[in-house]
Structures are given as C-alpha cells and as structure tokens.
Design a protein around this ligand. Structure first.
Ligand SMILES: NC(=O)c1ccc[n+]([C@@H]2O[C@H](COP(=O)([O-])OP(=O)(O)OC[C@H]3O[C@@H](n4cnc5c(N)ncnc54)[C@H](OP(=O)(O)O)[C@@H]3O)[C@@H](O)[C@H]2O)c1
Length: 245
C-alpha cells in the first residue's frame, strides 16, 4: 500500500503537540486515525475536530505504561477499521532535572513512558503486522538521544534506548515491515510544561518561544515516511530548528 489515503494509523500521545499534529495531518490526507492518550476529554475533542473537518477518527484512552492499554488501542484500530497499518509511538514526558535532585519518580516515569511504552506498542502491534504481512512502526525519539546536556541525563538515556530498540527492530523486521525513527529537535508543544525543575522550565520556555520548530514540521516528516511505497523504508529523520546547535 503506497501513500496515506486509506491507511489505518494508531498514534500514542495524540492529544497534544506532535501527536495531535500528525493525527490531524494524516486524517486530512485520508488516513483513518486512532488517537490514544490518557486524557479522555482532550482526545474526544480532537477526534471531534477531525471528524467535523471530514476526517475519519476514533479514540481510546491509553496509558502507554500499561501493556493492556496498547493491546486495546490496536484492537480498536482493528475493530473500527479492520486492520492496523501504522503505529506511531509518540507519547512522551519531560520532567528533566539535575541528577543531584534525586527526582527518582520522574526517572521511573521517563523509563516507563518512553522505553516500556514503546515496547508495549511493539508487543501489541508486531503480531498483527506479521499476520497481515505488513505494517509500519513510526517512533518519536529526540535530539537528546544524539547529544547529552546537563539536566537531561535520564531523558536522553531513555531516548538512546528508544533508538537502540528501533534499530534492533529494523534489523529483525524482514522485508514486510518498515521501521522509522523520527528525531525532533526543540519543538513548540506542551512538552516543556512538565519539566521537573522551575529553572529548567523557564530556560526552555524562553528558548522554545525564540526558536522551536512547529509541531506541524515534525508531523510532515512522519507523513513523508508513511507515504513512501512499501518497498521504501525511511529509517531515520532528524529534524531541528535551523538555529539549534
Ligand atoms: N517538544 C519537544 O521539544 C520535543 C523534542 C524532541 C522530542 N520530543 C518528543 O515528542 C513526543 C511528543 O511530545 P510533544 O512535544 O508533542 O509533547 P506534549 O505536547 O506534551 O504531548 C505529549 C503527549 O503524550 C501524552 N502522554 C504522556 N504520558 C502518556 C502516557 N503515559 N500514556 C499515553 N500518553 C501519554 C500526552 O497526553 P496525556 O497527558 O493526556 O496522556 C500528550 O498527548 C515525545 O516523545 C517527546 O519526547 C519532543
């Protein structure tokens, strides 16, 4: 299957930022989108917006730290639209802080959402993709998974792990599955609001306002990977604001 029209795409972290932008863009281009996140009200509002604009969308409350929720998200795609063509593993949190602060609950959260959340998605979708004879994993990493800076050790560590898991998945995928890692730099979303530390939040807030990418730019990179012919596997896209060092 080439292109975007008619594809069934499930997206985690679809209630905000990059996830919302990609859900909206893919629906505009004729995909059936299945939106997952924890917050039901926002999910339902975005699903309504997409439908009001003529798109095809449904949603399911999904906490990626719960394996059964990913099974449910994939099942929703299959029961509503008959199959799953693409899983966009995008849910993320960013409570960054210096290691000395010992915000160990935040460390656990980043590991649970980014690493276990990705694995839960793979566990839910891989057997479905194998049975269908095709499917596409699209995962949101971060340039923090390429360059480590102070306060971001744990966040960066989880994104390094995401890169490693996706590369392993790509190597094992065989000729029928595609695996794409999209690695954004600083992007204007709500992501920085969840930062653990006031100083980091203020610093990032100012930088975001000055130079961040729009979430639509990252969504367009995902759409580019998805629209390629089944024989073309876009493995990695790194997309930064031009002024990001
Ligand atoms: N913004 C940036 O500068 C930037 C840069 C590089 C990479 N990224 C990555 O981009 C991805 C999307 O982030 P964003 O920037 O779009 O941030 P965002 O606007 O804060 O969106 C994060 C999304 O993840 C969802 N989420 C959080 N915890 C979840 C959980 N346990 N289960 C399911 N969904 C969960 C949130 O919804 P609920 O809270 O309702 O669950 C929300 O929909 C993340 O993986 C992030 O690491 C962001």
């Amino acid at each position: 299957m080439t292109g975007i029209e008619g594809k069934v795409v499930a997206i985690t972290g679809a209630s905000s930022g990059i996830g919302r932008a990609v859900a909206t863009l893919l629906a505009e281009r004729g995909a059936h989108v299945v939106l997952g996140a924890r917050g039901q009200e926002r999910l339902e509002a975005i699903t309504r917006d997409i439908r009001d604009a003529g798109g095809s969308a449904t949603c399911r409350v999904t906490d990626v730290t719960r394996r059964e929720d990913l099974v449910g998200l994939v099942e929703t795609a299959r029961s509503e639209f008959g199959r799953l063509d693409v899983l966009v593993s995008n849910a993320g949190v960013m409570p960054v802080s210096p290691l000395d602060d010992l915000r160990v609950d935040d460390w656990d959260l980043m590991v649970d959402v980014h690493v276990k959340g990705l694995l839960h998605g793979i566990a839910a979708a891989l057997p479905v993709f194998r049975a269908q004879g095709g499917g596409h994993f699209v995962t949101t990493a971060s340039t923090a998974g390429l360059k480590i800076v102070p306060t971001m050790a744990v966040y960066a560590g989880t994104k390094f792990a995401v890169r490693a898991i996706c590369e392993g998945l790509r190597q094992e995928a065989g000729p029928d599955l595609r695996v794409t890692l999209v690695t954004p730099g600083l992007t204007a979303t709500e992501h920085t609001l969840g930062m653990g530390d006031d100083e980091a939040r203020a610093r990032f807030g100012a930088t975001v306002a000055e130079l961040a990418l729009p979430a639509d730019a990252v969504a367009a990179a995902m759409a580019y990977a998805i629209e390629q012919p089944a024989t073309v596997d876009v493995n990695e896209v790194v997309i930064r604001p031009t002024s990001q060092g």
